[in-house]
Design a protein around this ligand. Structure first.
Ligand code: PLP
Length: 393
């Protein structure tokens, strides 16, 4: 067999994508499997966005663009930050990439040296630790359980920072927990970071628009604007506009880091797809009511799912602040099921015997939990919950 690069052995394929693929394969083989693994909205991309892309194709906008995105899309991103967040960025502070995933990948490649430490609050989005490892750097996890609403404390942060800490990522609202940091919590974390000027901050705002609160969205820069010179804001159109397949994300931050990230991108993918950039432009500049439609559906499902989960013996589910995930504790359920010792075995048991596919919490860095995606129809959710409930009699 071929000897592959050590870096390949250091990482694993995305667990969430794997579960979704497994559910699909089982379904194709005729098995009745309800997929609760999806990391994407179950809505179609809004019509006006698709129309813009079709028009772009017909107009021949099908060639390379500037690596960092078209001037029009970059301006739309600048306008978005101004309009929605009150942030001021110049064009050289913006990089458009092939999804939010590439934004973080570019950042890791541009910033990290071997041995550098990256603080990742756990539970975490599955890709952060592996992308850090691909950059030969070291993920340093801070564990935040249900007792602290899956959010790290300033004391934990202080204790995790060393002379080697180069980066911290804050993802709020969070995949997989659905929790968002409050203004005060962000201010307290910012107060710690203020004392450690070598630490770069990445705020992953991918779920900015999928929140239940009517309070305006906040990230760390809203409460600690003095951290702007060392903070990257990562966002994208994937989740807000149901555009996961189009692959458009964007980053804003200090010019030197953005430039370095652009250089990495120029030698890997070049520009994001020209057609998708036109679609993203339409998303950012067009009517925003499509977001509200999806949000209302997610909120309604969330309320039902959290209530029903808590009625199942052995499951404990905190209500979330947003996203389309809930992250219940299943410790009690594991105890009731003979032969099942942990969340990984439980997820396996559920897919094999109950026809419910979901991702075990261990994949996100917190065992004893499962992640349920509510990005599927209410009737699918009803059936899946029924099946899970039946497992524990
Ligand atoms: N950040 C978080 C927290 C996510 O959950 C995701 C997608 O699952 C992404 C970033 C990347 O999204 P995409 O690459 O599809 O734009």
């Amino acid at each position: 067999t071929t000897t592959l690069a050590a870096r390949v052995q250091a990482v694993k394929p995305s667990a969430t994508l794997a579960i979704t693929a497994r559910a699909k394969a089982l379904r194709a083989a005729g098995k009745d499997v309800i997929g609760l693994g999806a990391g994407e909205p179950d809505f179609d991309t809004p019509e006006h966005i698709k129309d813009a892309a079709i028009a772009a194709i017909n107009a021949g906008f099908t060639k390379y663009t500037a690596v960092d995105g078209t001037p029009e899309l970059k301006q739309a991103v600048i306008d978005k930050f101004k309009r929605e967040n009150g942030f001021d960025y110049a064009a050289e502070q913006i990089l458009v990439s092939c999804g939010g995933k590439q934004s973080f990948f570019n950042l890791a490649q541009a910033l990290l040296n071997p041995g550098d430490e990256v603080i990742i609050p756990a539970p975490y989005w599955v890709s952060y630790p592996d992308m850090v490892l691909l950059a030969s750097a070291i993920p340093v996890l801070i564990h935040a359980g249900a007792d602290q609403a899956f959010k790290i404390t300033p004391n934990q942060l202080e204790a995790a920072i060393t002379a080697k800490t180069r980066l911290i990522v804050i993802n709020s609202p969070s995949n997989p927990t659905g929790m968002a940091y409050t203004r005060d919590e962000l201010a307290a974390l910012g107060a710690v970071l203020r004392e450690h000027p070598n630490v770069i901050i990445a705020t992953d705002d991918m779920y900015e628009h999928i929140r239940w609160s009517t309070e305006p969205f906040v990230n760390i820069l809203h409460v600690c604007p003095d951290l702007t010179p060392r903070t990257l804001v990562l966002n994208g159109v994937s989740k807000a506009y149901s555009m996961t397949g189009w692959r458009i994300g964007y980053a804003a931050g200090p010019t030197d880091i953005i430039k370095a990230m652009t250089k990495i991108q120029s030698q890997s993918t070049s520009n994001p797809t020209s057609i998708s950039q036109v679609a993203a432009l339409a998303a950012l500049q067009g009517p925003q009511d499509c977001i509200g439609v999806m949000l209302a559906a997610f909120k309604a499902r969330h309320d039902v799912v959290v209530e029903r989960l808590n009625q199942i013996p052995g499951i404990n589910c905190l209500p979330t602040d947003g996203t389309f995930y809930v992250f219940p504790s299943v410790h009690g359920m594991i105890e009731q099921l003979p032969g099942i010792n942990n969340d990984v075995e439980l997820a396996e048991h559920l897919i094999e015997n109950a026809g419910v596919a979901l991702v075990p919490g261990t994949e996100f860095g917190l065992s004893g939990h499962i992640r349920i995606s509510i990005a599927t129809s209410q009737s699918n959710l009803d059936q899946a919950l029924e099946r899970i409930a039946r497992m524990v009699g």
